[in-house]
Design a protein around this ligand. Structure first.
Ligand code: T4K
Length: 395
């Protein structure tokens, strides 16, 4: 496919739009069959058989005792924090989806932002200690782009202070740390099955833990405080997953290995195509740790002839929808922006200006990734012309 720059007047490079986050539906026929079964059973929610099967399969994939299905990961984070009984401040990266921080704030926890590491984009364990105060109730690590946090150093800091760790694993289905699947670290980990995630369950999430008591509390909290005997024994809320979400997630989970292989091939094409482009690099995650390859993230540094935002506009003109996750940073978004920042966040500030996510998944093939890299290469090579085209008033 010939690369062209629509901002310079050529036809768009892609006839069909490519969207970062476009949902993967691996086997529509299998999904439809599961949905049809659920309708025939007329058991559609409240811990139905498909939800139970999904919990078993997810727990097996992650090698963990408990996987508790919930309506979405945001509620999962809230349930986990509530089940852990924490109150006060939580140390959390600002470089994450706003949902991580909103989840905590919504239940009265006060976020204290800590910077991330430039290499991993996850909590910088070396800066963690300085963020702790006598009011710190928990540390929230986020396995961003599916890449595991520096789990051991974070846990050591937490243990020294006697505070629990909760991991936001929304991006990390199938990820491992040194051969050990995520899901058993900290007190709990919270995965997302949102449609844009590697395993699409329309909406949904799973909270994993090795702690039997915590799992029991989570099951109660997600269902209005009802215990297994059907009696209300505590506060609770409605955070239950429905059967259609479980059907979609189960059929996608069955093809997870195929999806991972497809995404790794796309990554290889991006890596090859972007090699040598000035100031642009593909952020690499060890394939053994992040098999899903779901996130293709590029970093555009100050030496690039065009900045991240200009390259983003070039791609949009080519019918690609890249995403600039996560800008402007939670600390710059209301209501957190109204609080004085306790600690500088230089890495976060830089990453919010520098990263761009490119499409992956079944909507495309490796040739599309090669064509996209060629578009970026041509834009960088013709930077003055591109800048002029972007500055020109719209016709
Ligand atoms: N923690 C972290 C670290 C997270 O990233 C998230 C969610 C959470 C916690 C909370 O998990 P959940 O409570 O959602 O389970 C999207 C998702 O809505 C959000 O789930 C996700 N992170 C976040 C990273 O991405 P937006 O605001 O970017 O969504 P939107 O509508 O702009 O769509 C993103 C892209 O996906 C676009 O290119 C369009 C495409 N798309 C989206 C949908 C829904 C499609 O092509 N088809 C679709 O059906 O937040």
């Amino acid at each position: 496919m010939a690369a062209s720059l629509a901002v310079l007047g050529g036809p768009p490079a892609f006839a069909t739009p490519l969207r970062t986050g476009c949902p993967n539906i691996l086997d529509p026929t299998a999904t439809a069959a599961l949905v049809s079964d659920a309708m025939a059973r007329r058991w559609l929610t409240n811990e139905g058989p498909l939800v139970q099967r999904l919990e078993e399969r997810f727990a097996a994939l992650h090698g963990v005792r408990h996987a508790v299905a919930v309506a979405n990961a945001t509620l999962g984070l809230q349930l986990a924090a509530a089940a852990m009984g924490i109150a006060g401040e939580v140390v959390v990266p600002s470089f994450t989806f706003i949902g991580t921080v909103h989840a905590m704030s919504w239940i009265g926890l006060r976020p204290v932002f800590c910077d991330v590491s430039a290499d991993t984009h996850t909590l910088d364990a070396a800066r963690l200690e300085a963020a702790l105060t006598p009011d710190t109730a928990a540390i929230i690590g986020v396995h961003l782009w599916g890449r595991p946090c520096d789990i051991d150093p974070i846990q050591r800091v937490a243990d020294a202070r006697g505070v629990p760790v909760l991991f936001d694993a929304a991006h990390a289905t199938g990820s491992t740390r040194g051969g050990t699947p995520l899901g058993r670290f900290g007190r709990a980990e919270v995965f997302s099955l949102h449609a844009t995630k590697s395993i699409n369950g329309l909406e949904g999430g799973l909270v994993t833990t090795t702690d039997d008591d915590l799992a029991e509390r989570l099951r109660r909290l997600r269902n209005f405080g009802f215990n297994a005997g059907g009696r209300v024994v505590s506060r609770g809320i409605n955070a239950k997953m429905n059967e259609f979400s479980a059907a979609m997630a189960l059929s996608n989970l069955a093809g997870f290995d195929r999806l991972c292989a497809h995404n790794r091939a796309i990554h290889d094409a991006y890596r090859h195509g972007l090699a040598g482009l000035p100031g642009v690099r593909l952020c690499e995650h060890p394939a053994a740790d992040v098999p899903s390859g779901h996130y293709a993230v590029i970093e555009v540094d100050d030496t690039a002839p065009l900045g991240r935002d200009a390259l983003c506009r070039v791609l949009v003109a080519e019918r690609v929808n890249p995403r600039r996750y996560f800008r402007p940073g939670c600390h710059r978004s209301p209501p957190y922006a109204f609080e004085p920042l306790r600690h500088p966040l230089p890495v976060t500030e830089r990453l919010t200006q520098a990263l761009m996510h490119l499409p992956t998944g079944l909507q495309m093939n490796p040739d599309d990734a090669t064509a996209m890299a060629a578009v970026l290469g041509r834009a960088l090579a013709e930077a003055p012309r591109v800048r002029a085209a972007l500055a020109a008033p719209a016709p």
